[in-house]
Design a protein around this ligand. Structure first.
Ligand code: NAP
Ligand code: MG
Length: 398
């Protein structure tokens, strides 16, 4: 059988621990036998990040800006314990944070839905994708514990010395205050990423804030989304037959619980943090959640939503077989290959990505599963296998 050809390489970002093992298994078992895989390899494993003073992470993100599509394995974000474990020179920053800062993107997360694993919300028939704004608000705040009576003010001093001053509160007793911010440029990038992703996936876009209460802060989000939509996307949305819908955040939450799914839900930073955890747990498992970072100028980085599955890795090192679920990592590969195929006009590569996803979903639906799904899935025969055998079952079906 001749292999499916590629023209432009993917940026391949390898990672750590159990997901690094799975990474190689996916390539060996379900990709390389079928595709003449072209990638530019960057080793983002912690050892190499330390050896290169984290330059490899920066290089891989910059190369993604040039080539347009990357696929990333989960990576360790070092903490004090990892400093000793890996004898690190420095407590390197989160690779995802570094990559996000360079690509200036928005993260989109959606569940992989299979028959037999029903979302807790019974009306959800299709996946709901959350787009989380990843800059500012309460994540970059300044806070004061007010010790006692006094005046709290919000003061802005312009470069020319002009001052804008508002009273927050005349305290007569102890309390608390908080200052937060966002930038128009960042909100605009967020809006563009969301509109682009909705068009790409042909889904309606919902966006919600609390603009009735926050008449300047949240209202600015609403206004910027409306301006970007009018200026660049309205006609494209009409042509694609999809809708942009703005509502209040509480109304959005109520509607989400009654909707069928199949929509993109854009959330401010805090809302996205909270709501994506709700969505993931309502759908069963982090191992069945895909994640993609999309930049406002249309660069894509695909990854799994989970981490490096350290607990399984330590078992693996002891020689025990593990049944780690490779679905999210596999879907990172299919997502990246499909996007590359679409950009390069490679119909057979796009069809391959579709078929591989279909084969993996059918494998699960027919009862061949990894351990994490054992108590989640409702099917007559359950054949719990290790990661390698699970991938081999997918390859056989493919
Ligand atoms: P984790 O790797 O997501 O794993 C947490 C637990 O979730 C696992 O112990 C396992 O539960 C379950 N799990 C996650 N993925 C699974 C899979 N594919 N198949 C089966 N079970 C799965 O989170 P963590 O243990 O908190 O973090 C480990 C490392 O990952 C950390 O160093 C962190 O910095 C890094 N991390 C990286 C990313 C990223 O690169 N995107 C994201 C998050 C965390 P059981 O043990 O009960 O089986
Ligand atoms: Mg959270």
């Amino acid at each position: 059988m001749s292999k499916i050809q590629m023209t432009t390489p993917l940026v391949e970002m390898d990672g750590d621990e159990m997901t690094r093992i799975i990474w190689k298994q996916i390539k060996d078992i379900v990709l390389l036998p079928f595709v003449d895989l072209k990638t530019e390899y960057f080793d983002l494993g912690l050892v190499n990040r330390d050896n290169t003073n984290d330059q490899v992470t920066i290089d891989s993100a910059n190369r993604t800006k040039e080539l347009g599509v990357a696929v990333k394995c989960a990576t360790i974000t070092p903490n004090a314990q990892r400093m000793t474990e890996y004898n690190l020179k420095s407590m390197w920053k989160s690779p995802n944070g570094t990559i996000r800062a360079i690509l200036d993107g928005t993260v989109f997360r959606s569940p992989i839905m299979v028959k037999g694993i029903s979302p807790i919300v019974s009306t959800w028939k299709k996946p709901i994708t959350i787009a989380r704004h990843a800059y500012g608000d309460v994540y970059k705040n300044t806070e004061i514990k007010v010790p006692g009576a006094g005046k709290a003010e919000l003061v802005f001093t312009a470069e020319d010395g002009t001052v804008i001053r508002e009273t927050i509160m005349d305290f007569d007793a102890p309390g608390i205050i908080q200052g937060i911010h966002n930038k128009n440029k960042s909100i605009e990038s967020f809006a563009k990423s969301c509109f682009t992703y909705a068009l790409d996936t042909k889904q309606d876009l919902w966006f919600a804030t609390k603009d009735t209460i926050s008449k300047k802060y949240d209202h600015t989000f609403k206004d910027i989304f409306a301006e970007v939509f009018e200026a660049e996307f309205k006609t494209k949305f009409e042509e694609a037959g999809i809708e942009y819908f703005y509502t209040l955040i509480d109304d959005a939450v109520a509607r989400i619980m009654k909707c069928e799914g199949g929509i993109l839900w854009a959330c401010k930073n805090y809302d996205g943090d909270v709501m994506s955890d709700m969505l993931a747990s309502a759908n069963g498992s982090l191992a069945m959640m895909t994640s993609v970072l999309v930049s406002p100028d249309g660069k894509y980085e695909y990854e799994a939503a989970h981490g490096t599955v350290t607990r399984h890795y330590y078992k693996y090192l002891k020689g025990e077989t593990t049944s780690t679920n490779p679905m999210a990592t596999l879907f990172a590969w299919t997502g990246a290959l499909r996007k590359r195929a679409q950009l390069d006009g490679l119909a057979d590569l796009e069809a391959f990505a579709d078929k591989l996803e279909k084969a993996s979903i059918e494998t699960i639906e027919e009862g061949t599963i990894t351990g994490d799904l054992k108590n989640l899935i409702d099917c007559p025969v359950k054949n719990v296998v290790n990661t390698e055998d699970f991938l081999k079952a997918i390859a056989a079906k493919l």
